[in-house]
Design a protein around this ligand. Structure first.
Ligand code: 5AD
Ligand code: SF4
Length: 465
């Protein structure tokens, strides 16, 4: 059996000392269940894994009890993300006991970070596969069947983009599409460059073709994903060129993108966003901290002044642009003064949304060498203040939307009532409206009547498509 997938030239590594004693039943149906944790990139990766596995005869289920292969697609960004996986693995023991043919794999960032340690720590794990080796999963599983040897494939690649894999998506309104992988920024707190490797981009033409295909399949919105989309490069083309190409190729699909690093948000990119109706006027631009001293320690390569200038420039070029951000509280040495500066920048920018975290030291990163010297209680209190401030800002911005009209794409029934539908604005705000004959997937103009800090409530004005 060929264990080399022929693409990267890497062969799998098997660990014969960790053999499964049970010989699997060769006639058993191949049914895969994947559970996904972490960022949108991981959700997009799960669709890639499902695409690969489907090609090799696996059917995909969303019912864990029906499956005979369980994969956990994991995240390593903070310690808490990893403890959740350990907890989940303990819960999975009972499935292993009730189904002796069941195989359990850990894939994604945690597989890459912990490698074979995971096999030693968790005896029930049969398979460890890092983010650049997903094409090997079917072969590794086959090898477990044949030899009983556990499988591990964790090499990072400089070229793998899965450009040749068609992700297996569920039908829907909004799709994820990875346009690049990896990160070369090496922010001092972040494990991603170690778990996802070097930056590499998919070919522009292939991305455009996939956006076209998504539209033909009935998707109304696509989010282009990358750890830092501003570094996208395909030959002579940059991310602004990619956005332009997608926007022109499929003028009716709504296009979002995440994430942008403040160091490389170019004028050209801002002008492109401002020039096309189907490009969302929404930029996720993580600031992380409002203190230059902390930004320097974080190796973010910009100052507060540079960041605020960017925001000002973006608002000039795209008058109705909205911003969201990521913020970390309690980075090593952060003083009350530094923390207050973070609150200040939040007030100044008035983000539409924020993802807010307590600093979590990660092995291998530069910041890991610094003492994690902020008490957990202080980190939590600062985080609470950040969350509270953001809630007030979101509320204030949402109140300003009352009485105004916005176009939304209806995505689903509201969770709270089957009489209501929920959709999102160009600026990524959720709006709930009464059904009134409107359908999921429609683009509609709504008037906002009511708001809280998280949601807007509106009424239908008319359909726009
Ligand atoms: N601790 C806390 N938050 C982190 N992030 C990345 N690494 C860490 C860490 N070690 C946050 C950053 C990043 C987001 C994806 O996760 O804010 O932008
Ligand atoms: Fe991590 Fe920084 Fe890369 Fe974002 S830009 S993935 S925070 S290293």
């Amino acid at each position: 059996m060929a264990l080399n997938n022929g693409n990267t030239g890497n062969t799998y590594i098997s660990i014969s000392s960790l053999r499964n004693s049970e010989k699997p039943n060769p006639n058993i149906e191949k049914i895969l269940y994947v559970e996904t944790y972490g960022c949108q990139m991981n959700f997009a990766d799960t669709e890639i894994v499902n695409g690969i596995m489907n090609k090799y005869g696996y059917s995909i289920t969303n019912k864990i009890d029906d499956s005979n292969v369980i994969l956990l697609n994991t995240c390593s960004i903070r310690e808490h993300a990893e403890s959740k996986i350990y907890q989940r693995l303990s819960e999975l023991k009972r499935y292993k006991i009730s189904n002796k043919y069941l195989k359990i794999g850990v894939i994604g960032c945690m597989a890459e970070r912990l490698k074979r340690d995971l096999l030693h720590k968790h005896k029930l794990v049969d398979l460890i596969v890092g983010p650049d080796e997903y094409k090997k999963i079917p072969f590794l599983l086959e090898n477990i069947d044949e030899t009983g040897e556990k499988g591990i494939a964790v090499r990072l690649s400089r070229v793998e983009t899965y450009d040749d894999i068609m992700p297996l998506r569920k039908e829907g309104i909004s799709a994820w599409l990875s346009v690049m992988r990896g990160c070369d920024k090496f922010c001092s707190f972040c494990v991603v460059p170690y778990t996802r490797g070097r930056e590499r981009s998919r070919a522009l033409d292939n991305v455009v073709a996939e956006v076209n295909q998504l539209w033909n399949e009935g998707f109304k919105e696509v989010t282009l994903l990358g750890q830092n989309v501003n570094s996208y490069r395909s030959g002579e083309f940059d991310f602004a060129d990619l956005l332009k190409a997608c926007a022109e190729a499929v003028p009716d699909i709504r296009i979002r993108f995440i994430t942008s690093h403040p160091q490389e948000l170019s004028l050209k990119l801002l002008e492109t966003i401002g020039s096309y109706n189907n490009l969302c006027k929404y930029i996720h631009l993580p600031v992380q901290s409002g203190s230059d001293r902390i930004l320097e320690l974080m190796k973010r390569s910009y100052t507060v002044e540079h960041y605020l200038n960017l925001i000002e420039q973006a608002r000039k070029i795209i008058p109705d642009v909205s911003f969201s951000t990521d913020i970390i509280s309690g980075f090593p040495t952060e003083t009350e003064e530094d923390h207050k500066m973070t609150l200040e920048i939040m007030k100044e920018v008035k983000y539409d949304g924020a993802y807010m975290f307590k600093y979590s030291p990660r092995e291998k990163t530069k910041a890991f060498e610094l003492k994690d010297d902020i008490d957990d209680e202080i980190k939590s209190r600062r985080l609470m203040e950040i969350v509270e401030l953001q809630r007030n800002i979101s509320y204030e911005l949402n109140l300003q939307m009352i009485g105004k009209e916005y176009e939304i794409i209806i995505e689903s029934e509201s969770k709270k009532s089957s009489e209501m539908l929920t959709g999102r604005t160009d600026g990524n705000k959720s709006v709930i409206i009464p059904k009134n004959g409107t359908h999921i997937g429609s683009k509609v103009l709504v008037k906002i009547n009511k708001a809280n800090s998280a949601t807007l409530f509106g009424e239908l004005i008319h359909k726009t498509n």
